[in-house]
Design a protein around this ligand. Structure first.
Ligand code: GLN
Length: 352
Protein backbone atom coordinates (compact mmCIF):
# COMPACT_ATOMS: atom_id res chain seq x y z
CA UNK A 1 0.00 0.00 0.00
CA UNK A 2 2.70 2.39 1.09
CA UNK A 3 4.81 1.34 -1.89
CA UNK A 4 2.07 1.94 -4.38
CA UNK A 5 1.28 5.35 -2.86
CA UNK A 6 4.92 6.25 -3.15
CA UNK A 7 4.98 5.02 -6.73
CA UNK A 8 1.95 7.14 -7.59
CA UNK A 9 3.53 10.22 -6.10
CA UNK A 10 6.84 9.51 -7.87
CA UNK A 11 4.92 8.97 -11.08
CA UNK A 12 3.22 12.35 -10.77
CA UNK A 13 6.46 14.08 -9.85
CA UNK A 14 7.99 12.48 -12.93
CA UNK A 15 5.06 13.56 -15.06
CA UNK A 16 5.33 17.08 -13.68
CA UNK A 17 9.03 17.17 -14.52
CA UNK A 18 8.27 16.05 -18.08
CA UNK A 19 5.45 18.55 -18.41
CA UNK A 20 7.49 21.41 -16.97
CA UNK A 21 10.54 20.61 -19.09
CA UNK A 22 8.46 20.54 -22.25
CA UNK A 23 6.05 23.41 -21.50
CA UNK A 24 8.15 25.90 -19.53
CA UNK A 25 10.85 27.79 -21.33
CA UNK A 26 13.79 27.47 -18.93
CA UNK A 27 13.16 24.98 -16.14
CA UNK A 28 16.87 24.92 -15.14
CA UNK A 29 16.92 28.58 -14.16
CA UNK A 30 14.29 27.83 -11.50
CA UNK A 31 16.55 25.27 -9.83
CA UNK A 32 18.41 27.70 -7.58
CA UNK A 33 21.00 25.76 -5.61
CA UNK A 34 20.69 26.28 -1.86
CA UNK A 35 23.27 28.74 -0.53
CA UNK A 36 25.08 25.91 1.34
CA UNK A 37 26.06 24.36 -1.96
CA UNK A 38 27.88 27.55 -2.79
CA UNK A 39 29.27 28.30 0.69
CA UNK A 40 29.30 25.26 2.93
CA UNK A 41 27.60 25.38 6.31
CA UNK A 42 30.80 24.18 7.94
CA UNK A 43 32.83 26.94 6.32
CA UNK A 44 30.40 29.59 7.59
CA UNK A 45 30.42 28.19 11.13
CA UNK A 46 34.25 27.99 11.13
CA UNK A 47 34.59 31.56 9.88
CA UNK A 48 32.25 32.87 12.58
CA UNK A 49 33.76 30.94 15.45
CA UNK A 50 37.36 31.73 14.55
CA UNK A 51 36.64 35.48 14.21
CA UNK A 52 34.77 35.38 17.52
CA UNK A 53 37.65 33.63 19.29
CA UNK A 54 40.27 35.87 17.71
CA UNK A 55 38.66 39.15 18.81
CA UNK A 56 36.78 38.16 21.95
CA UNK A 57 39.42 39.58 24.29
CA UNK A 58 40.33 42.63 22.23
CA UNK A 59 39.70 45.74 24.33
CA UNK A 60 40.72 48.39 21.78
CA UNK A 61 38.45 51.43 21.36
CA UNK A 62 35.96 53.14 23.67
CA UNK A 63 32.18 53.43 24.10
CA UNK A 64 30.67 56.55 22.54
CA UNK A 65 30.27 59.10 25.34
CA UNK A 66 28.81 62.17 23.66
CA UNK A 67 25.42 60.59 24.38
CA UNK A 68 25.73 59.96 28.16
CA UNK A 69 23.67 56.71 28.21
CA UNK A 70 25.93 55.08 25.59
CA UNK A 71 28.92 55.38 27.91
CA UNK A 72 27.11 53.13 30.42
CA UNK A 73 26.47 50.26 27.95
CA UNK A 74 28.31 47.02 28.81
CA UNK A 75 31.38 47.22 26.58
CA UNK A 76 32.02 43.48 26.77
CA UNK A 77 28.99 42.70 24.55
CA UNK A 78 30.25 40.90 21.43
CA UNK A 79 28.05 38.98 19.04
CA UNK A 80 28.14 38.05 15.36
CA UNK A 81 25.28 36.82 13.17
CA UNK A 82 25.32 35.86 9.49
CA UNK A 83 22.06 35.18 7.67
CA UNK A 84 22.12 33.72 4.17
CA UNK A 85 19.70 34.77 1.44
CA UNK A 86 17.92 31.45 1.88
CA UNK A 87 17.24 32.33 5.51
CA UNK A 88 19.78 30.20 7.42
CA UNK A 89 21.05 31.83 10.59
CA UNK A 90 24.63 31.36 11.88
CA UNK A 91 25.73 32.87 15.19
CA UNK A 92 28.72 33.36 17.46
CA UNK A 93 28.80 34.97 20.89
CA UNK A 94 26.11 37.22 22.37
CA UNK A 95 23.06 37.37 20.14
CA UNK A 96 20.58 38.46 22.83
CA UNK A 97 21.88 41.74 24.28
CA UNK A 98 20.28 44.78 22.71
CA UNK A 99 22.12 47.97 21.83
CA UNK A 100 20.65 51.07 20.20
CA UNK A 101 20.60 50.83 16.42
CA UNK A 102 21.81 54.44 16.04
CA UNK A 103 22.99 55.36 12.54
CA UNK A 104 22.24 51.91 11.11
CA UNK A 105 18.60 53.08 11.20
CA UNK A 106 19.44 55.65 8.50
CA UNK A 107 19.57 52.89 5.88
CA UNK A 108 16.03 51.75 6.64
CA UNK A 109 14.57 55.26 6.71
CA UNK A 110 16.32 55.80 3.38
CA UNK A 111 14.66 52.61 2.09
CA UNK A 112 11.24 53.78 3.35
CA UNK A 113 11.52 57.17 1.62
CA UNK A 114 12.80 55.53 -1.57
CA UNK A 115 9.77 53.21 -1.58
CA UNK A 116 7.33 56.04 -0.81
CA UNK A 117 8.70 58.79 -3.01
CA UNK A 118 10.58 56.94 -5.76
CA UNK A 119 14.26 56.50 -6.53
CA UNK A 120 14.79 60.11 -7.73
CA UNK A 121 13.55 61.82 -4.55
CA UNK A 122 16.60 61.44 -2.31
CA UNK A 123 19.30 62.40 -4.83
CA UNK A 124 17.33 65.56 -5.51
CA UNK A 125 16.56 66.65 -1.96
CA UNK A 126 19.54 65.23 -0.04
CA UNK A 127 22.24 64.06 -2.48
CA UNK A 128 24.16 60.80 -2.69
CA UNK A 129 27.74 61.96 -2.26
CA UNK A 130 30.11 60.99 0.49
CA UNK A 131 31.02 64.13 2.43
CA UNK A 132 34.41 62.78 3.57
CA UNK A 133 33.70 64.52 6.88
CA UNK A 134 32.52 63.39 10.32
CA UNK A 135 28.93 62.17 10.47
CA UNK A 136 27.62 65.27 12.25
CA UNK A 137 29.66 67.80 10.34
CA UNK A 138 28.28 71.33 10.02
CA UNK A 139 31.09 72.32 7.64
CA UNK A 140 29.79 69.70 5.19
CA UNK A 141 26.41 71.48 5.16
CA UNK A 142 27.94 74.91 4.71
CA UNK A 143 30.22 73.77 1.89
CA UNK A 144 27.34 73.23 -0.56
CA UNK A 145 24.39 74.81 1.29
CA UNK A 146 23.10 71.38 2.29
CA UNK A 147 23.46 69.83 -1.18
CA UNK A 148 25.97 67.10 -2.08
CA UNK A 149 25.01 65.28 1.10
CA UNK A 150 23.73 61.72 1.57
CA UNK A 151 21.04 59.99 3.67
CA UNK A 152 23.64 58.32 5.93
CA UNK A 153 25.20 61.39 7.58
CA UNK A 154 23.18 63.31 10.16
CA UNK A 155 22.15 66.29 7.99
CA UNK A 156 20.99 64.02 5.18
CA UNK A 157 19.47 61.49 7.58
CA UNK A 158 17.36 64.03 9.50
CA UNK A 159 16.20 65.43 6.14
CA UNK A 160 15.36 61.89 5.00
CA UNK A 161 13.33 61.31 8.18
CA UNK A 162 11.48 64.58 7.46
CA UNK A 163 10.43 63.13 4.09
CA UNK A 164 8.55 60.12 5.54
CA UNK A 165 4.87 60.83 4.87
CA UNK A 166 2.25 60.97 7.63
CA UNK A 167 -0.31 63.34 9.12
CA UNK A 168 1.05 63.27 12.66
CA UNK A 169 4.19 62.56 14.65
CA UNK A 170 2.70 59.23 15.80
CA UNK A 171 1.67 58.12 12.33
CA UNK A 172 5.19 58.73 10.98
CA UNK A 173 6.86 57.14 13.97
CA UNK A 174 4.67 54.02 14.00
CA UNK A 175 5.23 53.54 10.29
CA UNK A 176 9.01 53.72 10.71
CA UNK A 177 9.13 51.41 13.72
CA UNK A 178 6.86 48.91 11.92
CA UNK A 179 9.11 49.04 8.86
CA UNK A 180 12.29 48.42 10.90
CA UNK A 181 10.51 45.56 12.69
CA UNK A 182 9.64 43.94 9.36
CA UNK A 183 13.31 43.98 8.43
CA UNK A 184 14.24 42.33 11.74
CA UNK A 185 11.32 39.89 11.59
CA UNK A 186 10.15 40.75 15.10
CA UNK A 187 8.59 43.70 16.93
CA UNK A 188 11.31 46.14 17.90
CA UNK A 189 10.97 48.71 20.70
CA UNK A 190 12.73 51.91 21.76
CA UNK A 191 15.38 51.81 24.49
CA UNK A 192 13.83 54.65 26.49
CA UNK A 193 16.93 55.47 28.57
CA UNK A 194 18.97 55.95 25.38
CA UNK A 195 16.21 58.06 23.78
CA UNK A 196 15.90 60.34 26.85
CA UNK A 197 19.64 60.75 27.13
CA UNK A 198 20.07 61.62 23.46
CA UNK A 199 16.99 63.87 23.35
CA UNK A 200 18.42 65.88 26.26
CA UNK A 201 21.78 66.34 24.53
CA UNK A 202 21.01 66.56 20.79
CA UNK A 203 21.37 70.33 20.40
CA UNK A 204 23.91 69.84 17.63
CA UNK A 205 21.45 67.73 15.62
CA UNK A 206 18.77 70.38 16.23
CA UNK A 207 21.17 72.97 14.80
CA UNK A 208 21.86 70.72 11.80
CA UNK A 209 18.12 70.34 11.17
CA UNK A 210 17.57 74.10 11.40
CA UNK A 211 20.36 74.67 8.89
CA UNK A 212 18.89 72.10 6.50
CA UNK A 213 15.54 73.86 6.91
CA UNK A 214 17.12 77.26 6.25
CA UNK A 215 18.68 75.93 3.04
CA UNK A 216 15.29 74.59 1.88
CA UNK A 217 15.91 70.84 2.27
CA UNK A 218 13.54 70.19 5.18
CA UNK A 219 9.97 71.28 4.48
CA UNK A 220 8.18 70.53 7.76
CA UNK A 221 9.08 71.20 11.39
CA UNK A 222 12.86 70.64 11.80
CA UNK A 223 12.50 69.90 15.51
CA UNK A 224 9.88 67.20 14.88
CA UNK A 225 12.20 65.63 12.29
CA UNK A 226 15.09 65.73 14.79
CA UNK A 227 13.00 64.13 17.50
CA UNK A 228 11.73 61.30 15.28
CA UNK A 229 15.30 60.81 14.08
CA UNK A 230 16.49 60.62 17.71
CA UNK A 231 13.81 58.04 18.44
CA UNK A 232 14.71 55.96 15.38
CA UNK A 233 18.35 55.92 16.57
CA UNK A 234 17.22 54.58 19.99
CA UNK A 235 15.52 51.43 18.70
CA UNK A 236 16.94 48.37 20.48
CA UNK A 237 18.43 45.59 18.35
CA UNK A 238 20.43 42.45 19.04
CA UNK A 239 22.94 40.85 16.67
CA UNK A 240 20.29 38.52 15.24
CA UNK A 241 17.99 41.44 14.42
CA UNK A 242 20.79 43.26 12.65
CA UNK A 243 21.90 40.10 10.81
CA UNK A 244 18.36 39.59 9.51
CA UNK A 245 18.07 43.26 8.50
CA UNK A 246 21.36 42.97 6.59
CA UNK A 247 20.24 39.73 4.94
CA UNK A 248 17.04 41.43 3.75
CA UNK A 249 19.21 43.97 1.95
CA UNK A 250 21.39 41.14 0.56
CA UNK A 251 18.24 39.35 -0.62
CA UNK A 252 17.11 42.18 -2.93
CA UNK A 253 14.82 43.71 -0.29
CA UNK A 254 12.85 40.61 0.76
CA UNK A 255 13.24 39.35 4.33
CA UNK A 256 14.66 35.83 3.77
CA UNK A 257 13.06 34.47 6.93
CA UNK A 258 9.54 35.93 6.77
CA UNK A 259 9.37 36.32 2.98
CA UNK A 260 8.03 39.89 3.32
CA UNK A 261 8.93 42.23 0.45
CA UNK A 262 10.22 45.51 1.93
CA UNK A 263 12.16 47.14 -0.90
CA UNK A 264 11.63 46.69 -4.62
CA UNK A 265 14.55 44.69 -6.04
CA UNK A 266 15.23 47.42 -8.59
CA UNK A 267 15.74 49.98 -5.80
CA UNK A 268 18.32 47.97 -3.89
CA UNK A 269 21.46 48.74 -5.97
CA UNK A 270 21.13 52.47 -5.30
CA UNK A 271 20.66 51.95 -1.56
CA UNK A 272 23.68 49.64 -1.43
CA UNK A 273 25.72 52.17 -3.44
CA UNK A 274 25.18 54.85 -0.79
CA UNK A 275 26.08 52.35 1.94
CA UNK A 276 29.28 51.54 0.04
CA UNK A 277 30.38 55.16 -0.30
CA UNK A 278 29.21 56.56 3.03
CA UNK A 279 28.25 53.74 5.40
CA UNK A 280 31.29 54.02 7.67
CA UNK A 281 31.41 57.82 7.59
CA UNK A 282 34.80 59.33 6.84
CA UNK A 283 36.33 55.83 6.96
CA UNK A 284 33.98 54.47 4.28
CA UNK A 285 36.78 54.42 1.68
CA UNK A 286 39.11 52.42 3.91
CA UNK A 287 36.33 49.95 4.68
CA UNK A 288 35.36 49.48 1.04
CA UNK A 289 39.01 49.01 0.08
CA UNK A 290 39.36 46.34 2.75
CA UNK A 291 36.10 44.44 2.20
CA UNK A 292 34.19 45.66 -0.87
CA UNK A 293 31.02 45.39 1.20
CA UNK A 294 28.23 47.96 1.41
CA UNK A 295 27.85 48.44 5.16
CA UNK A 296 26.53 50.73 7.87
CA UNK A 297 27.76 51.38 11.37
CA UNK A 298 26.16 52.96 14.42
CA UNK A 299 27.67 54.51 17.54
CA UNK A 300 25.77 51.93 19.61
CA UNK A 301 28.44 49.45 18.43
CA UNK A 302 26.59 47.63 15.64
CA UNK A 303 27.69 47.21 12.05
CA UNK A 304 25.72 45.57 9.23
CA UNK A 305 27.34 44.51 5.96
CA UNK A 306 25.87 43.10 2.79
CA UNK A 307 27.22 40.60 0.28
CA UNK A 308 24.51 40.99 -2.39
CA UNK A 309 22.85 37.74 -3.38
CA UNK A 310 24.84 35.82 -0.76
CA UNK A 311 24.44 36.92 2.84
CA UNK A 312 23.99 39.71 5.34
CA UNK A 313 26.25 39.88 8.34
CA UNK A 314 26.15 41.91 11.54
CA UNK A 315 28.33 42.27 14.58
CA UNK A 316 27.88 44.20 17.81
CA UNK A 317 30.61 45.49 20.09
CA UNK A 318 30.28 48.95 21.71
CA UNK A 319 34.03 49.79 21.67
CA UNK A 320 34.51 52.31 18.85
CA UNK A 321 37.47 53.76 16.96
CA UNK A 322 38.07 57.48 16.30
CA UNK A 323 35.64 57.58 13.36
CA UNK A 324 32.84 56.09 15.50
CA UNK A 325 32.95 52.57 14.04
CA UNK A 326 33.06 49.44 16.24
CA UNK A 327 36.59 48.04 16.32
CA UNK A 328 35.72 44.37 16.86
CA UNK A 329 32.70 44.43 14.54
CA UNK A 330 34.83 45.77 11.68
CA UNK A 331 37.55 43.18 12.22
CA UNK A 332 35.16 40.24 12.61
CA UNK A 333 33.07 41.12 9.55
CA UNK A 334 36.14 41.76 7.37
CA UNK A 335 37.68 38.38 8.33
CA UNK A 336 34.47 36.41 7.88
CA UNK A 337 33.63 37.95 4.53
CA UNK A 338 37.17 37.33 3.26
CA UNK A 339 36.96 33.67 4.35
CA UNK A 340 33.63 33.23 2.54
CA UNK A 341 34.43 35.15 -0.65
CA UNK A 342 31.89 37.87 0.18
CA UNK A 343 33.60 40.74 -1.68
CA UNK A 344 31.34 41.58 -4.65
CA UNK A 345 34.30 43.02 -6.59
CA UNK A 346 36.04 39.64 -6.62
CA UNK A 347 35.98 37.74 -9.92
CA UNK A 348 37.96 35.05 -11.67
CA UNK A 349 39.27 35.51 -15.23
CA UNK A 350 36.89 34.13 -17.85
CA UNK A 351 37.40 30.43 -18.46
CA UNK A 352 39.56 29.85 -15.33
N1 GLN B 1 22.04 59.28 17.14
C1 GLN B 1 23.41 59.50 16.77
C2 GLN B 1 23.63 60.94 16.41
O1 GLN B 1 22.84 61.51 15.73
C3 GLN B 1 23.77 58.59 15.64
C4 GLN B 1 25.19 58.75 15.21
C5 GLN B 1 25.85 57.50 14.77
O2 GLN B 1 25.45 56.35 15.03
N2 GLN B 1 26.94 57.71 14.11
O3 GLN B 1 24.59 61.56 16.77
Amino acid sequence: MQHSARFVSLFFTGMLAVVSSTCLAEPETQQIPPIESRISEEKINDALSSAYKKYKNLKEGANANYIPALDKVDSSIFGIVLVTVDGKVYTAGDIKSEVSIQSISKVFTMAKVTEEKGIAALPKKVGVDATGQVFNSINAIEQHQGHEMNPLVNAGAITTTSMVSGKSYNEIWNKLLGYYSDFAGRELTVLEDIYKSEAATNQRNQAIAHLMYAYGHIDGDPLQATDIYTRQCSVGVNAKDLGTMAATLANAGTNPITGKVLVKPEDMPEILAVMATAGLYDDAGKWLYRTGLPAKSGVGGGIIAVSPGKFGIAAISPLLDEAGNSVRAQKAIADISAALGGNPYEATPYGK
